[in-house]
Design a protein around this ligand. Structure first.
Ligand code: ZN
Ligand code: ZN
Length: 365
């Protein structure tokens, strides 16, 4: 297939002004742009063709060569007329900038966000605490001030993208805008790299930070420390640091939001007669009264002994579930008393368990 004449492609006469060429291309580009014609190879082909024609005819030098030698003027390089598109980018940006929402300004890349997993105890979560954390992160190089250039030199503006960090139409025709491959989006080229950071502008350094953890924080919650992530390449915004909280399982307490739950053993005689028992709380041990006739599973509420709710500021309760501890190694005296008790106990009292036996009887009748 032979190449169509560039003037014919854009539908302009051979003596068309640069302005007319630009207008014609704009019309063709908007009509055949791949973004507006998804999965349409014919439009793709037309867009390619128009873009190529425009890239040549919009440049006075290239247009003169084309007028003189035709397509042969550009066939050797393989770049199909794209060997010189430094001015082309600007006009392309001008054409598409408003329409496709891609501005021409260099977008400063920001540093990566970091995540730090911090494990704390339930007591620390309940009271709040300040913790020192140590981690390594990329920070701005002190010797070059982060620009990556050796002492006494400074980075040069990237010629490929004119400092924009973005190029349009690098090889394929369909990348509307992409990161400049020459400067990796920085817009600048370090000619003589700083020896401390090898020109990256960043060095890895051990960082110690003091983190304030608010009382009431719960498993999986994150604290965001703005700007404490990695330094940006080329002096952009630093990333953020996320502290992700996990809470160690507690030996005694189970947490449920702002409530805590624990189980406390009582003796058989305490259960029957009542009495005092020591109960652990987040604030230390306290004495709790067991009323006479306390069965296994009876739960008592200790008001305000839970964990503070971060939103309301209200402190939750502690729930104490009792269970009767059954001893396995009795002293002789204990055994003697229990045997005596057993002898006079008889069957369980009517109001307790008779109903249970009644139910069992019903079951087999
Ligand atoms: Zn440096
Ligand atoms: Zn560049």
């Amino acid at each position: 297939m032979s190449k169509r004449d560039y003037y014919e492609v854009l539908g302009v006469p051979r003596d068309a002004s640069t302005d007319a060429v630009k207008k014609a291309y704009r019309k063709a580009a908007l009509q055949f742009h791949p973004d507006r014609n998804p999965d349409n190879p014919e439009a793709e082909e037309k867009f390619k063709e128009a873009t190529e024609a425009y890239s040549v005819l919009s440049n006075a030098d290239n247009r003169r060569k084309y007028d003189q030698f035709g397509h042969a003027a550009f066939s050797s390089g393989g770049g199909a007329g794209f060997s010189d598109f430094s001015g082309f980018e600007d006009i392309f940006g001008d054409i598409f900038g408003a329409f496709f929402g891609t501005g021409g300004a260099a977008r400063a890349r920001s540093g990566r966000d970091l995540r730090y997993n911090l494990e704390i105890t339930l007591e620390e979560a309940a009271s709040g605490i300040e913790k020192n954390i140590v981690f390594s992160r990329a920070t701005s190089c002190g010797d070059c001030g982060g620009n990556g250039a050796a002492k006494g030199t400074s980075p040069e503006t990237c010629k490929q993208c004119n400092g924009a960090g973005q190029v349009r139409m690098q090889q394929g025709f369909f990348a509307v805008s992409r990161t400049c491959p020459v400067c990796s989006g920085r817009g600048q080229i370090v000619v003589k790299p700083c020896s401390s950071c090898s020109g990256s502008g960043r060095v890895s350094s051990e960082t110690e930070l003091s983190v304030k953890i608010p009382a009431g924080i719960d498993e999986g919650q994150r604290l965001k420390l703005r700007g404490e992530g990695e330094a940006a390449p080329g002096g952009g915004m630093a990333g953020d640091l996320y502290i992700v909280i996990s809470i160690q399982p507690h030996k005694v307490f189970v947490r449920q939001d702002s409530e805590i739950i624990c189980e406390v053993p009582i003796t058989y005689s305490q259960a029957v007669l009542g009495g005092d028992t020591m109960v652990p709380t987040l604030d230390g041990e306290i004495n709790m009264k067991i009323p006479p006739g306390t069965p296994t599973g009876k739960t008592f509420r200790l008001k305000g002994k839970g964990i503070v709710d971060m939103h309301s500021g209200r402190r939750g309760d502690q729930h104490v579930r009792t269970y009767i501890h059954v001893p396995t190694n009795l002293t002789d005296r204990q055994r003697e008393l229990l045997e005596e008790l057993s002898g006079i106990e008889g069957t369980p009292a009517a109001n307790d368990s008779r109903t249970f036996f009644d139910k069992v009887k019903d079951l087999f009748d």
